[in-house]
Design a protein around this ligand. Structure first.
Ligand SMILES: NC(=O)c1ccc[n+]([C@@H]2O[C@H](COP(=O)([O-])OP(=O)(O)OC[C@H]3O[C@@H](n4cnc5c(N)ncnc54)[C@H](O)[C@@H]3O)[C@@H](O)[C@H]2O)c1
Length: 346
C-alpha cells in the first residue's frame, strides 16, 4: 500500500456508480477502502454490496452512523446531491459529489458554504479533465510547444444512444448543456482559463426530448483567448467518437489537433508529430465508454491522493462553482440572445 487508508462509502449504486465502485476497488493498493455502499433501492444496494464485498445500506444516515468513514462518494442524480452532501458534511465526513453539482446555483452554493463553515473537504466528481487525453493536452500546453493558446474549438458531437442507459434524459428541464456541456465547459476552463463572457445558441433537434439536445457556445476567456464549445447528442456520423472530446487549439508557435481514437497531431515551430494520447483498457473498462471510465478512475485517484495529503482537490467545490456559473450563463445567453458574464461566488 502506498498511502494512508481512506474509508469510502459510495451513495447511489446505479448506472454510472459502477465505474466509481470499480475505481475504488482498483485503488485499494493505493489506500482506498470501499467501506460501504448505499442505495435507496435495496436490490441495487445489495447487488453492489455483494459484488464489491462491502456492507450495504438503504439509508445514508444509517450508513454514516454504523460505519467510520473518511469520505462519502455521492453518485446519485442531481436532485438528491444537496441533501446527501449536507448530511455527510453534518457528520464531518468529506464529500465527493457527481456532476452536475446540483440543480440550481442556490443549491450548489449552499453545499459549498456548508462545507466551508464546517471545515469539511468537498470535491465535485467532474471527470473529463482527469481523462488521459486531456492530461496529455494540458501537458503539451504547459510545455510551451504551441505558446499561449489564443483560439480553440472544443467539440463533443455524438449520436450514440445515451438514452438507453440514461432514460431520464428525455424529461430533463435543462439537458445537453447541464449534462455534457458542463464537462466540456470545464475542459475549456482547464485548457484556456476562466471565462469573461459566453454566448450560446441551443436547439432541440430530437422531438422526443423535452429540452435542448444541441448547444453551440462562443467564449471569451480572461486571457483574451476565444473558443467555441459544441455539444450535441444529435450528430449522425459513421465514425462516431463517443465519448471523446475532439478539439483544435492554436497558439503563436503551433497547434494541437485531437481526432477520434485519441490521436493528437502537434505542430510546434513548423514541425508536426503524431501521438496516441489514449489510455489502455482496464480489467473493467470497455469500448466505447472506456475514455469516460478511465476519466472516472483518474478523478477517484486524484481525490484519494488529495484526501491522503489533506489538500483541496483541483475540482473542489469552489472551483466547480465557476464551471456551474458558466452553465447558468450559457442558458441565460441562449434565452436572452446576448453574451453573458458568469457570476462569481465569493
Ligand atoms: N461523469 C460522467 O461521465 C457521468 C456519466 C453518467 C452519469 N453521470 C452522473 O452520475 C449521476 C448518477 O447518474 P446515473 O445515470 O448513474 O443515475 P441512476 O439513476 O442510474 O443511479 C442513481 C442511483 O441513486 C439512487 N438514489 C437516489 N436517491 C438516493 C438516496 N437518497 N440515497 C441513496 N441512493 C439514492 C437511485 O436509487 C439510483 O440507483 C448523475 O449525476 C449523472 O449526471 C456522470
Amino acid at each position: 500500500m502506498t498511502g494512508k487508508t481512506i474509508r469510502i462509502g459510495v451513495v447511489g449504486c446505479g448506472f454510472y456508480a459502477q465505474n466509481h465502485l470499480n475505481a475504488w476497488r482498483d485503488l485499494a493498493t493505493d489506500g482506498a477502502v470501499l467501506a460501504a455502499v448505499c442505495d435507496v433501492d435495496p436490490d441495487k444496494a445489495r447487488a453492489a454490496g455483494e459484488t464489491f464485498a462491502a456492507p450495504w445500506y438503504t439509508d445514508v444516515r444509517k450508513m454514516l452512523a454504523a460505519e467510520k468513514l473518511d469520505a462519502v462518494d455521492i453518485v446519485t442524480r442531481q436532485d438528491t446531491h444537496r441533501e446527501l452532501a449536507e448530511t455527510a458534511i453534518a457528520h464531518r465526513v468529506a464529500a465527493i459529489v457527481q456532476k452536475p453539482f446540483a440543480p440550481t446555483w442556490e443549491d450548489a452554493t449552499a453545499i459549498v458554504e456548508a462545507a466551508k463553515k464546517a471545515g469539511v473537504w468537498l470535491a465535485v466528481h467532474e471527470n473529463f479533465r482527469y481523462q488521459a487525453p486531456l492530461r496529455a493536452i494540458r501537458k503539451v500546453i504547459d510545455s510551451g510547444a504551441i505558446g499561449e493558446p489564443s483560439w480553440a474549438r472544443i467539440a463533443f458531437r455524438t449520436g450514440f444512444d445515451v438514452y438507453r442507459t440514461q432514460p431520464y434524459f428525455y424529461d430533463e428541464e435543462r439537458f445537453v448543456i447541464a449534462d455534457v456541456g458542463v464537462h466540456v465547459l470545464d475542459v475549456a476552463r482547464f485548457l484556456l482559463g476562466d471565462v469573461q463572457r459566453i454566448s450560446c445558441e441551443t436547439q432541440r433537434r430530437n422531438p422526443k426530448v423535452r429540452a435542448e439536445d444541441t448547444a453551440t457556445m462562443l467564449l471569451r476567456h480572461e486571457s483574451g483567448a476565444v473558443s467555441t464549445v459544441e455539444v450535441t447528442y444529435e450528430a449522425r456520423r459513421a465514425d462516431d467518437a463517443f465519448p471523446e472530446t475532439l478539439m483544435e487549439i492554436e497558439g503563436p508557435r503551433g497547434s494541437i489537433v485531437v481526432t477520434a481514437g485519441c490521436r493528437m497531431k502537434l505542430t510546434s515551430d513548423g514541425e508536426a508529430t503524431e501521438h496516441d494520447i489514449g489510455a489502455p483498457l482496464l480489467s473493467w473498462t470497455s469500448h466505447p465508454w472506456h475514455v469516460s471510465q478511465e476519466g472516472a478512475m483518474g478523478a477517484c485517484r486524484h481525490f484519494l491522493d488529495c484526501l491522503q495529503r489533506g489538500v483541496p482537490a483541483e475540482t473542489r467545490g469552489e472551483d466547480n462553482l465557476r464551471t456551474f456559473a458558466l452553465v447558468d450563463a450559457a442558458y441565460r445567453a441562449a434565452t436572452e440572445h446576448r453574451a453573458v458574464t458568469p457570476v462569481r461566488w465569493s
